[in-house]
Design a protein around this ligand. Structure first.
Ligand code: F6R
Length: 604
């Protein structure tokens, strides 16, 4: 949450910062700001409420410089206002700071050290920049003051980028549990929360570790550990096309990302499977899972929902008992563990604080773990024993779509690999490569019918104030994801429900015209879900069906191509993504930037 950018040694600093902030807008979009300095004493601080476009309008042609920092905010401490937007600055306007994260002891620091200081905001961030100023006024250098201040922060997650207007070509950086990268340019350097913000300036990035202090000038990046030792680290190359981060001709990223799913499926099949469906996956990973006696999948939101489908895949294909955990619950209420558990973290961003908290705990206990993520070198990727990348390309819309389907596809490939290694299944029994090909074609067929799904969205959901998705087993898991998608971007109060459970209470909510969508892809439960739909119809519901072709009847609404039942979520979820998209669009909402949300949730 919150996006940070910085640059030193580039006369296009303003452009680089604003373009970087646009790319990071998914991390928060309450307010934004930049501070730039041209090294001759001219400097500019511009902050605005609202989107980056508001900030861009406020940045006049006179604003120029070669060093600067910028921030896009998702408010934690202090409401949404220009004063609370970053950069925050010291009372003498010497120091400027942008920050991602939460300083838990900021009130104590304020009363212990800063009683005589004039504050202009309600943020925890301002305490940090005022402390740096205080310590510099007491005789420390800027770096010493920065280090001393950071040493006073308690149990906090943070990413900081500091500028001293008296020494403006230097950026000071520190991080803890919060993502920050340094990008290495040609006689300039950049800093960002996510490589995609700076990919048009460089592909070479330096990973930063928690607790390190980094000093950056146009031609030098000095990384020091907590004891002040200099660390030499080589940059890694980020393979990303700057076009991957553009919307192109799409009105919203979400539609682009839904449309990309068939290709994501094909790419994953190619990356992780040979032509004859042999898994191309680290043998040590397969061995570690094979030898475990219990799999625990951990995730949040959509990733948790992908984990639920993973449970079905792992139990069926590997015969290893599998549980799925909401990360924020697991972190503070650990279940009883068996002797050899194996942990799988599902996380699109690789930065979700709730999931990371569990991983830290798992590492402390010495258990083996895998992170399945879309972001190379992300925190959860670095900290787990193994990583499998989703290779889905950047997912920018706040509502996750292609990451969900990619996570399920990777789980299927992995489950097959472990199942084969255990002798649980033989190679031909579940041909994932062939199935993912069918899935890609099926997804494309649904996407090609998006206009008719838009009509259904208008007819059923745009005027609704509540809606239900129902199903059984795997279809229930998809119902949960379908409902989350609808509520988060269209603000229709939607719930996913196990269809048999409705009659035990929730059916009381069904009124005249309440939309109820039945997801039906499993032979075993199709008839039962249809009966449950009828029960809601009898009470006035406006019912709609999403049904696999082989189970379809003449009056079904959305008939989807049939694929292996275990992989049906990859197909049945697509119409629900489109329903959510078109409901939001036709309500005139900002599809990619729903209210109160941000992507990459780096606070617990
Ligand atoms: C919903 C959505 C969120 C994320 C959740 C976890 O569309 O995107 O529910 O799935 O915040 O994020 P990651 O997968 O990055 O750990």
């Amino acid at each position: 949450m919150c996006g940070i950018v910085g640059v030193t040694g580039n006369d296009n600093a303003v452009k680089i910062l604003l373009e970087g902030l646009e790319k990071l807008e998914y991390r928060g979009y309450d307010s934004a700001g930049i501070y730039v300095n041209d090294q001759t004493g001219e400097d500019y601080l511009i902050k605005e409420k609202g989107r980056i476009s508001e900030l861009e309008k406020a940045v006049g042609p006179e604003v120029h410089g070669s060093t600067g920092i910028g921030h896009t905010r998702w408010a934690t401490h202090g409401g949404v206002s220009v004063e609370n937007a970053h950069p925050q600055y010291s009372q003498d306007h010497r120091f400027y700071l942008v920050h991602n994260g939460v300083i838990e002891n900021f009130k104590e620091l304020k009363s212990d050290y800063l009683t005589g200081t004039t504050f202009t905001s309600q943020t925890d961030t301002e305490v940090v920049v005022q402390l740096v100023d205080k310590f510099v006024n007491e005789g420390l250098s800027t770096k010493e003051a920065f280090v001393k201040t950071i040493g006073l922060l308690k149990g906090s997650s943070y990413g900081f980028l500091l500028m001293d207007s008296q020494n403006p070509d230097t950026l000071y950086v520190a991080k803890n549990k919060s993502p920050l990268l340094v990008g290495v340019g040609d006689n300039f350097n950049v800093v960002c929360s996510d490589a995609l913000a700076m990919i048009s300036s460089t592909h070479n990035f330096l990973e930063l570790k928690d607790g390190e202090i980094v000093t950056i000038t146009p031609d030098k990046v000095v990384i020091e550990d907590q004891s002040g030792n200099i660390i030499n680290r080589d940059p890694f190359y980020v393979e990303m096309d700057s076009q991957d981060t553009d919307k192109g001709t799409y009105p919203y990223y979400m539609l682009k990302e839904i449309d990309e799913q068939p290709n994501v499926m094909r790419n994953l099949a190619q990356k992780y499977l040979s032509d004859n469906d042999m898994p191309n996956i680290d043998e040590n990973l397969i061995k570690a899972i094979k030898e475990s006696d219990h799999i625990h999948i951990v995730g949040a939101g959509t990733s948790y929902h992908a984990g639920l489908v993973g449970k079905a895949l792992f139990e069926k294909l590997t015969n290893i008992p599998t549980d799925v955990h909401v990360a924020s619950e697991y972190a503070y209420d650990e279940p009883l563990l068996s002797k050899k558990p194996f942990f799988i973290f599902l996380t699109q961003s690789g930065e979700t604080a709730d999931s990371r908290e569990v991983l830290v705990n798992v590492n402390e206990q010495g258990y083996h773990s895998l992170t399945i993520t879309n972001v190379q070198n992300s925190t959860l990727s670095r900290e787990a024993d193994f990583t499998l990348l989703l290779n889905a390309g950047p997912e920018i819309s706040v509502a996750s779509t292609k990451a969900y389907t990619a996570q399920i596809a990777v789980e299927a490939i992995l489950a097959k690999a472990v199942g084969m290694a255990k002798g649980q299944i033989v190679a031909d029994e579940f041909n994932v490569r062939q199935q993912l090909g069918l899935v890609a074609t099926a997804m494309q067929a649904i996407i090609d019918e998006k206009d008719s799904i838009e009509e259904l969205a208008k007819q059923y959901f745009v005027k609704a104030d509540k809606a239900f998705y129902i199903g059984r087993g795997i279809d229930y898991f998809v119902s949960l994801e379908a409902a989350l998608k609808l509520k988060e971007i269209s603000y229709v109060h939607a719930e996913g429900f196990a269809s048999g459970e409705l009659k035990h209470g929730t059916i009381a909510l069904i009124e005249e015209d309440t939309p109820v969508v039945g997801i039906i892809t499993q032979h075993k439960t199709a008839g039962l879900t249809r009966s449950n739909l009828q029960e809601t119809l009898s009470r006035g519901a406006n019912i709609l069906t999403i049904v696999s072709e082989d189970l379809a009847k003449s009056d079904d609404n959305i008939v989807i191509p049939t694929v292996d039942e275990l992989l049906s979520p990859l197909v049945s979820v697509v119409p629900t993504q489109l329903i959510a998209y078109y409901t939001s669009l036709n309500k005139g909402l900002d599809v990619d930037r729903p209210r109160n949300l941000a992507k990459s949730v780096t606070v617990e």
